[in-house]
Design a protein around this ligand. Structure first.
Ligand SMILES: [Fe+2]
Length: 191
């Protein structure tokens, strides 16, 4: 084994290492990446939101809060919030999904289990399911890391709508423009 050099006292110019500088605000923080000049993206740190306008409405009583949009892989992270009972969407995932229930509970019509507060759910590529919230659940919140597009399908399995990062970001821009945060507000979640 060759001996590794001792680099503890070697100083480097961190200013040179800041590449693309994405926006940040009180709602999103990051430190400059150590290898920004090589294309390394800054991290994203999103605190608990204090401004209700950050929640983007999908349909009445259903919102999502963007956490990140990864423009290299097409994945994104969000918190889904539902304040109504009943069936939401039927959809298929061509890429994996990781979910963690923060509040309340929900289930898929196609499965026997119920995801409750504290539950972790892994959804493999190819999963088709129909998200459903029980009528006696006042509110559910779930973190989802959705590592690709979501294909919304009808009862015959035909794709009705493809939801990808470009479409989601456009939706956020419209919502944030309408509520006064400004359409650029979503940019701070993009890497
Ligand atoms: Fe899903």
């Amino acid at each position: 084994m060759p001996e590794m050099p001792d680099l503890a006292n070697v100083e480097i110019d961190t200013n040179r290492m800041i590449g693309w500088v994405p926006p940040q605000s009180a709602h999103v923080h990051y430190d400059p990446p150590v290898m920004g000049h090589l294309g390394m993206k800054p991290e994203i740190v999103v605190p608990e939101p204090t401004d209700e306008r950050i929640w983007v409405e999908i349909e009445p009583n259903v919102w999502f809060r963007p956490l990140f949009f990864d423009m290299n892989t097409g994945g994104h992270g969000e918190v889904l919030r539902v304040r109504k009972g009943g069936v939401l969407s039927r959809h298929r995932h061509p890429a994996p999904v990781h979910g963690f229930v923060l509040k309340g509970r929900w289930h898929y019509l196609e499965h026997t289990w119920v995801a409750e507060t504290g539950s972790y759910v892994f959804e493999p590529p190819g999963e088709v399911h129909t998200l459903t919230v029980a009528d006696d659940c006042d509110e559910m919140q779930t973190f989802f890391a959705i590592l690709g597009p979501v294909l919304y399908i009808d009862d015959d399995g035909k794709v009705e709508h493809v939801e990808d990062n470009v479409g989601l970001i456009e939706h956020c821009k419209k919502a944030y423009k309408a509520n006064g945060l400004g359409e650029d507000f979503v940019d701070q979640f993009i890497r």
